[in-house]
Ligand binder design. Structure first.
Ligand code: PNS
Length: 163
C-alpha cells in the first residue's frame, strides 16, 4: 500500500521553511498532500485560501508526487479523505512544540491519525509567515525567504521593497 503524508498549515504565506518540509516529506512518502487550512486562532488573513493554493502549487510544481488542497474543515476530515498515513509538520523552535503537541494529541484522539515532526534546518528556524507579512507590509525585502511565486504576490499586494 502506498504511503501518503498530509502536510497542513495556514501557509499565509507559504515560505522556504514550509518548502523544505514538503521536499523532505516527498523523499519519505510515496505521495504528499499539502493542505492549506484556516487556523481559527489566527483572525486576520493576508491571502484567501484560493490564492494560497495557487501560490503553493506554483512553488511545488517541481515535485511530481505532491498535490495541494485548500479546505475549510477539520484537519482530521482531510486526513480521512486523502487516506493519510500520517500528518507531517515542521518544528522550528521549542516554542512551536507546545501547540503542535496539543494539536497532534487532539487529532490522534479524534481520528487515530499519527503526527510526525520534521525538524527544520537552522537556516529557516527564524522564518515565520507572521514576520514575512509584517516585513512585506513595510516594504522590506523577503525574497530570500519565500519562493518566487510568493514574492511576486507579496509585491503585487504591498508594492516593491525599498532599495
Ligand atoms: O500553520 P499553522 O497555523 O500552524 O497551521 C495550523 C493548522 C491550520 C494546521 C490548524 O489550525 C488546523 O488543523 N486547522 C484546521 C481546523 C482543525 O482541524 N482544528 C483542530 C486542530 S486540533
Amino acid at each position: 500500500m502506498s504511503t501518503v503524508a498530509l502536510v497542513p498549515g495556514s501557509f499565509d504565506p507559504f515560505h522556504n521553511g514550509h518548502l523544505e518540509v514538503v521536499e523532505r516529506a516527498a523523499k519519505l512518502f510515496d505521495e504528499v498532500v499539502v493542505a492549506a487550512l484556516r487556523n481559527p486562532q489566527k483572525s486576520t488573513q493576508l491571502f484567501d485560501l484560493e490564492e494560497r493554493q495557487e501560490m503553493i502549487a506554483e512553488s511545488l510544481a517541481h515535485l511530481p508526487t505532491v498535490r495541494i488542497v485548500s479546505v475549510s474543515t477539520l484537519l482530521v476530515n482531510v486526513a480521512k479523505d486523502v487516506n493519510a498515513s500520517a500528518i507531517v509538520k515542521g518544528l522550528r523552535v521549542v516554542t512551536d512544540f507546545e501547540s503542535e503537541l496539543q494539536m497532534a494529541q487532539m487529532n490522534r484522539q479524534l481520528s487515530g491519525v499519527e503526527t510526525l515532526f520534521i525538524p527544520t534546518s537552522s537556516t529557516f528556524s527564524f522564518v515565520a509567515s507572521r514576520l514575512l507579512r509584517e516585513v512585506s507590509r513595510y516594504h522590506g525585502d523577503v525574497s530570500a525567504f519565500v519562493p518566487p511565486a510568493v514574492n511576486r504576490r507579496l509585491i503585487e499586494k504591498f508594492g516593491a521593497p525599498n532599495p
